[in-house]
Design a protein around this ligand. Structure first.
Ligand SMILES: CC(C)[C@H](C(=O)O)[C@@H](O)C(=O)O
Ligand code: SF4
Length: 504
């Protein structure tokens, strides 16, 4: 798609993404040059902001719009003993540097211990900063999460962070548009996470390159905001520039009344504008993908990229049967790293740990659906469970509902908010060789700790896995119940039966 096509000739039907782009062009690029795009919201965290602040300082430039910035601490923060000094020197320096920078430049910040601290992609929406129709950037690839509100949101590099700090704009090349049409009713036990894992397995980890994905269709319309965020969050794992969902009543209800959301007449005007944003009838996408949601099942990854996944009811694939030589080699290498043998039923894979958290799945809905499954049940012997809310606020809300108690009675660890075991930048890590069912978004080699092995799953699969000890879904719990195995907390005999079945 050329720059000119974004010029929006009167009456041409446009997609959601094209409308947002058109409304944010400050200077139109000539002869294939990038357009200069206005940025409405700039989120920062400790990892990718230090050099950008240094750059500003060296150039003696102020922040252009400090009021459009907000900082939170998430990657390097511990999730235990948060009032103590951070032990790891690198993490400590990162956090201290952010604190110095936000103080010097006057940026609103939510440090560890603050009620609004948490993963940057949980904090923005929770404060009502993330809204339909705005452009959002952050030096973080999962900024795509915010697209769930009908915002154009994408991750940027550190030099771009500095550019936005100094000018509140970014030079950007136009993108192509891809519609991901998801129709039909999800079966119980199947979630937004399973849809997006299926999408990535379908189009591949490079399939979205150069595109902004728009998730559309009846299934998406019926998803709550938390599910839409889960899907947009992982758009980047398909290589996409961004992911989006058109704003609707569900979006407006979510944003309404939040701290930074417009109020009164401003709110009415905003909603009036937001209603104009959905893709026009007849607008043409560069590519369309169709997914039948009613056929989806709980999904799980077996490899070391998010596209290497299968239905949980299937077996570890045989690389020899993969035609494409590079995909075959990647699968061979992945199975070796994951210590898996082709043909093994995925459900027979035993895990050492379950991680419930990350910007993909650590919001209140996620925690609720997880807790509902483990409530009154007994954790599988030898499995370590960590439950990490996405923000301090989510933690408090979950505690008000007793979710912390449910997790602890089950035998899990209830932690403070942060990126935690999503990536090995803080004390929450897997030991070499440990296998984890994780609700996060990346299963790269060493992602959760050197030598750690990650299977990406939904919160429901994480819960069922924590109960059964092997990769499992709520469907397996139903089968167990039909066979008289309830996994109840006090039914020790039942738990033993399962342990034996697993070993057998
Ligand atoms: C540390 C940060 C730059 C990184 C990202 O950009 O995504 C991290 O959040 C991740 O998920 O790998
Ligand atoms: S939770 Fe994980 S994916 Fe999300 S921002 Fe933190 S490290 Fe990145």
């Amino acid at each position: 798609m050329t720059v000119e096509q974004h010029a929006a000739p009167a009456g041409r039907p446009r997609t959601l993404a094209e409308k947002l782009w058109d409304d944010h062009v400050v200077v139109k690029g000539e002869n294939g040059d990038p357009d200069l795009i206005y940025i409405d919201l700039h989120l920062i965290h400790e990892v990718t902001s230090p050099q950008a602040f240094d750059g500003l300082r060296m150039a003696d430039r102020p922040l252009r719009r400090v009021d459009l910035m907000i900082a939170t601490e998430d990657h390097n923060t511990p999730t235990l003993n948060i009032t103590k000094q951070i032990e790891d020197p690198t993490s400590r320096v990162q956090i201290e540097t952010l604190r110095r920078n936000v103080e010097e430049f006057g940026v609103r910040a939510h440090p560890l211990g603050d009620a609004e601290q948490g993963i940057v992609h949980v904090v923005g929406p929770q404060l009502g900063l993330t809204m339909p129709g705005i452009t959002v950037v952050c030096g973080d690839s999962h900024t795509s999460t915010h697209g769930a509100f009908g915002a154009l949101a994408f991750g940027i590099g550190t030099s771009e962070v500095e550019h936005v700090m100094a000018t509140q704009t970014l030079p950007l090349k136009p993108f192509k548009t891809m519609a991901i049409n998801v129709e039909g009713e999800l079966r119980p036990g199947v979630t937004a996470k399973d849809i997006i894992l299926a999408v990535i397995a379908e189009i591949g980890t490079g399939g979205g390159q150069g595109y902004v994905l728009e998730y559309r269709g009846s299934t998406i319309r019926s998803l709550p905001m938390d599910g839409r965020m889960t899907m947009c969050n992982m758009s980047i794992e398909a290589g996409a520039r961004a992911g989006m969902v058109a704003p609707d009543e569900i979006t407006f209800e979510y944003v309404r009344g939040r701290e930074c959301a417009p109020r009164g007449e401003d709110w009415d005007r905003a909603v009036e504008y937001w209603r104009t944003l959905p893709t026009d009838e007849g607008a043409v996408f560069d590519r369309e993908v169709f997914i039948d949601a009613s056929k989806l099942e709980p999904f799980v990854t077996w490899g070391t990229n998010p596209g290497q996944g299968s239905l949980l009811s299937e077996s570890v694939p045989d690389p020899a049967k993969i035609e494409d030589p590079s995909a075959r080699a990647a699968a061979e290498r992945a199975l070796e790293y994951m210590d898996l043998t082709a043909g093994t039923p995925l459900k027979e894979i035993a895990v050492d740990a379950v991680f419930m958290g990350s910007c993909t799945n650590s919001r209140l809905d996620d925690l609720r659906s997880f807790a509902e499954i483990i409530r009154g049940k007994k954790k599988a012997e030898g499995v370590r469970l960590m439950v990490v809310p996405g923000s301090a606020k989510v933690r408090l809300e979950a505690e008000a509902e007793g979710i912390d108690k449910i997790v602890e009675e089950f035998g899990g660890e209830w932690r403070f908010a942060g990126c935690s075991m999503c990536l090995g930048m803080n004390p929450d890590q897997l030991a070499p060789g440990e296998r984890c069912a994780s609700t996060s978004n990346r299963n790269f080699e060493g992602r959760q700790g050197k030598g750690g092995r990650t299977h990406l799953v939904s919160p429901l699969v994480a819960a069922a896995t924590a109960i059964r000890g092997t990769l499992s879904s709520p469907w397996d719990l139903e089968t167990d119940a039909a066979n008289g195995v309830t996994h109840e907390a006090d039914a020790d005999a039942g738990a033993e039966t399962i342990a034996e079945t697993v070993e057998a």
